[in-house]
Design a protein. Structure first.
Length: 240
């Protein structure tokens, strides 16, 4: 057997004002990581303390607490725009999911999510993805299109035919693996195309890429294909 790969631990801040909720969040980090995943290192503290830790890149925030709400997300974004937020909130509240992501959250989980789901969501966020119900994709894009945007560079980039195909499938909420299967190419090639699309449009993730593609008519709005209407675990904004 070859030597096992080692990963630097990813520091995750945990904020909850109730000890029982904090204990539940802490249990998420007790399971050992997989071979391909870096270990998660929980960092405990008050909101002010954690925002002051410059080496902290991720923060789990419990919106079920009376102390925190959407205004907290917006305030964090103003102070630490580099901080990626994972929020835990009430279940069956699609509007809150949409509002949370628009306010800056990279993942939304409800109280029914078990430790394995929470770990998976955190992993997706640490790799550049957005975790949210796939069924909300079209509503999220509609909401983003109505949100005033600042001056955007690269509004009308030149796209190759293959990049347009990949972009159309992204608008159908396909994952990299699904795009690779549909186009008959390797997944790493899809990642390369996605990376170029984000660079050309100045987008940070797939949600922003989709919004800019529609806002500037980079591709025609695709109709749902048979596999495009499936429910997925997450709405992913994978990095290349």
């Amino acid at each position: 057997m070859g030597p096992s790969r080692t990963h630097e631990p990813v520091r995750i801040g945990l904020v909850a004002d109730e000890p029982i909720r904090m204990e539940g969040l802490a249990s998420v980090f007790e399971a050992p990581p997989g071979d391909e995943h870096p270990p998660f290192l929980p960092v405990f503290g008050s909101m002010d303390e954690l925002l002051g830790v410059s080496t902290l890149g991720y923060l789990v925030l419990d919106l079920n607490s009376n102390a925190y709400g959407l205004g907290t997300l917006e305030a964090i974004r103003r102070v630490r725009n580099d901080l990626r937020l994972i929020v835990i909130g009430p279940e069956r509240n699609d509007e809150l999911v949409l509002d949370s992501i628009i306010a800056g959250a990279r993942a939304y989980l409800d109280l029914t999510a078990g430790p394995e789901v929470v770990r998976q969501a955190i992993h997706e966020v640490t790799t550049g993805s957005i975790w949210a119900p796939r069924r909300l994709l079209s509503r999220l894009i509609d909401r983003l299109l109505k949100t005033p945007q600042g001056t955007q560079d690269n509004a009308h980039p030149h796209l190759t035919d293959r990049e347009r195909q990949v972009l159309e499938l992204i608008l159908l909420a396909r994952s990299n693996r699904e795009i690779a299967q549909e186009l008959g190419i390797e997944e790493r090639t899809v990642k390369a195309h996605v990376g170029r699309l984000k660079r050309k449009t100045g987008a940070d993730n797939r949600i922003e890429l989709s919004m800019r593609a529609l806002n500037h008519s980079l591709v025609s709005v695709p109709t749902n294909r048979e596999s495009g209407s499936r429910e997925g675990k997450g709405l992913k904004g994978q990095t290349a």
